[in-house]
Design a protein around this ligand. Structure first.
Ligand SMILES: Nc1ncnc2c1ncn2[C@@H]1O[C@@H]2COP(=O)(O)O[C@H]2[C@H]1O
Ligand SMILES: [Fe+2]
Length: 279
């Protein structure tokens, strides 16, 4: 059975505007640090940067690794931290999340863990790519089934697929061992659906944009920086990047095209421990 979608009544010719925030790695303790970065402070800086833009977003996507300590309080902290944006928040789990604790404590009037959103001329499908106890991902058959049913239920909507793990390699050897290990199958099937226009994820703590040619036209692949530490692109071994925490804005046009940009916190406030070799 396909669960009901959350539907926003926005005119079909309207451009849908999204903010994506990913990998905040929060702790119960507001003083919690990940490799030298206070993750509550860096998320707060990202939220302030988004707010300062006065971007007319329709909703917020939170794409996993909300917590670094699996605590109930870390999830409550997240809901409180993004409240100043006054946006409905749609979330999915990452490898550092516990979906049960997350579901219980990511609570708020407009906080949703449901897997489908219908907004304007678009259907956004939020997938669970996690594998219990593992940093890497895999897309289960149940998630493929969800996508097939969702597309069949709304064949006239353009589709944005959102997940935590990267379905393609990002060319960081150490990190690519933790990718979505059936990403190639996933991409091959998705490329056959005319509705699928984009795929969006977190996990890799860096910005990446690629366009692939689907059977019916281009598909945009997008990865987004974490709101805390950044991984150095194209590094064979674990290495942090000194660029600042960031987020992504997306404009989904009614004709199926999209525009998107990554933005970062201004200044040089956040400097992780460059000598770190992992976490
Ligand atoms: N040095 C390392 N080598 C391989 N994996 C690592 C290393 N350090 C951390 N990781 C894992 O790789 C993951 C990539 O991003 P995550 O935020 O999911 O969390 C990270 C850890 O689970
Ligand atoms: Fe992460």
């Amino acid at each position: 059975m396909l669960k009901e979608a959350i539907t926003y009544s926005i005119p079909k010719d309207h451009t849908v505007r999204l903010v994506q925030i990913t990998d905040p790695h929060l702790f119960a303790d507001a003083e919690g640090h990940l490799l030298g970065v206070n993750t509550a402070s860096s998320l707060k800086a990202v939220v302030s940067t988004v707010k300062a833009l006065s971007y007319p977003a329709d909703l917020l996507l939170a794409t996993g690794d909300i917590s670094q300590d699996f605590s109930a309080q870390s999830y409550r902290n997240f809901v409180e931290a993004v409240a100043p944006l006054h946006l409905p928040c749609h979330y999915l789990p990452g490898n550092h999340d516990d979906l049960r604790i997350m579901t219980l404590h990511m609570q708020g009037k407009h906080v949703y863990g449901q897997q489908r959103v219908i907004v304007g001329n678009w259907q956004i499908i939020l997938l669970d790519s996690t594998v219990h106890g593992k940093p890497g991902g895999h897309l289960a058959e149940s998630q493929f089934a969800l996508i097939r049913k969702a597309i069949a239920a709304e064949p006239d909507k353009h589709v944005l697929l959102v997940m935590h793990h990267n379905p393609i390699h990002v060319q960081c050897t150490w990190l690519d061992q933790h990718w979505m290990d059936n990403g190639a199958e996933f991409i091959a099937e998705m490329a056959s659906y005319p509705q699928v226009k984009g795929m969006l994820w977190g996990h890799v703590h860096q910005a990446l944009e690629q366009t692939i040619t689907g059977q019916h036209g281009p598909i945009n692949l997008m990865a987004t920086p974490s709101t805390c530490i950044q991984f150095k692109p194209l590094s064979p071994y674990f290495a942090l990047d000194m660029v600042q925490p960031g987020y992504r804005l997306l404009e989904l046009h009614a004709d199926g095209s999209m525009q998107t940009n990554v933005h970062r916190v201004p200044g040089e406030r956040f400097s992780p421990d460059v000598k770190a070799s992992g976490y």
